[in-house]
Write a protein that binds this ligand. Structure first.
Ligand code: AMP
Length: 351
């Protein structure tokens, strides 16, 4: 067990790292953050900030030496230098390896009995026609690595534009995925300790726009509520099979045939931000409890209804109005420039 007073290392310096630092500070831990940017959101609230590249093995080894446990808030980090941290890294690199490559991820989910959209691997131009045959049209081409928030994705509606779509994502190794006819999107957040004890929160319904999460709401309502038990079973099976330690999110499509897994995020997740005010234990605190081997907290709701809205780009200009709204819990990530599509903060409302 790593008792309060210990030092938690976080690889990645974004808002997820920032909120992990805030939860760690509440529990009396020190935080060391490692990221390649000069002043990322987490650096302003960490006890120590190390600015170095993710592939700098020596700098990462020094960083790990100063921490009792190291975790990550960003999955697109090269796994090899983290491997050297051994058991100090929680979750381990197996979780990264599964989530970093969409083809591995799909195969892994299917092995564990989860349903995914019909998909096909694209490594060469010849694979495009086969992908259209397998998946039908429309389909979406997604780069296998380094995709997030709808980045590295291109939709194809007719055969003439197949190659153009692959070009649009840089002719990278990719997968093609059939368009899923879903009724809603939702996610299951699982917290798992090394001894396989797990907790889940109420599954939020997630509303996306342009591939970016806009809003999460709990309860998710029909038809999600009727398929949550199945989804939780799959999510817990995936967490156990990965040997995942900490919080992870499994994103689902609610289809007329039940839950279909879209993707796994091996870390705390935007669709869990509502848990800071809306649950008895937040995803950030629960993650720390998992990686430090502390007893897990109750993940129950504190209000019958909770909504979380992301403040994206210019949305952040509403901050003053939101401060004046009774019961609106405003979180700002301290990012200077409000570029379009950039997550600047979020607001949670209970009741
Ligand atoms: P992803 O980055 O894979 O999570 O995709 C971002 C968003 O794009 C998802 O949350 C969905 O709203 C949409 N999307 C992704 N894949 C598909 C698909 N196969 N069919 C329909 N919509 C999709």
């Amino acid at each position: 067990m790593i008792a309060p007073g210990g030092t938690i290392g976080i690889v990645g310096g974004g808002q997820l790292g920032r909120m992990l630092c805030q939860a760690a500070s509440q529990l009396g831990y020190k935080t060391h953050v490692y990221a390649p940017d000069p002043a990322p959101p987490a650096s302003a609230v960490a006890s120590l900030y190390i600015c170095a590249d993710y592939d700098n093995g020596d700098a990462l080894a020094d960083f790990a030496a100063g921490c009792d446990v190291v975790t990550y808030e960003f999955e697109n980090v090269p796994a090899a230098p983290l491997d050297a941290m051994g058991d100090k890294l929680r979750p381990g690199t197996r979780s990264l390896a599964v989530a970093q490559d969409r083809a591995h991820e799909k195969a892994f989910i299917e092995e564990q009995g989860g349903r995914v959209a019909t998909w096909h691997r694209i490594d060469a131009v010849e694979d495009l026609a086969a992908a259209a045959e397998v998946c039908g049209l429309p389909l979406v081409i997604k780069s296998r690595r380094l995709g997030y928030d709808g980045k590295g994705q291109a939709w194809v509606r007719d055969m003439d534009h197949l190659e153009e779509a692959w070009d649009a994502i840089g002719r990278e190794p990719a997968i093609a995925e059939a368009a899923v006819d879903f009724k809603a999107e939702f996610s299951v957040l699982v917290a798992r300790r090394a001894d396989d004890e797990m907790r889940v929160w109420n599954a939020p319904r997630n509303i996306h726009d342009g591939g970016i999460l806009r809003r999460s709401e709990v309860p998710a309502g029909a038809p999600v509520d009727g398929m949550v038990d199945d989804a939780v079973m799959i999510a817990c099976r995936l967490a156990s099979a990965m040997g995942h330690i900490g919080v992870m999110a499994v994103e689902f499509f609610a289809t007329s045939d039940g839950p279909l897994v879209n993707e796994i995020a091996p870390r705390v997740h935007n669709s869990g931000h509502w848990t800071i005010e809306g649950a008895l234990t937040s995803q950030f605190e629960q993650h720390l409890r998992c990686i430090c081997d502390l007893p897990l907290g109750d993940s129950g709701l504190v209000a019958p209804r909770v909504t979380m809205d992301n403040l994206i780009g210019a949305d952040v200009e509403q901050w003053e109005k939101l401060l004046g709204e009774a019961g609106a819990h405003l979180h700002l990530y301290g990012k200077r420039e409000a570029r379009p599509g950039r997550k600047m903060g979020h607001v949670t409302r209970l009741g």
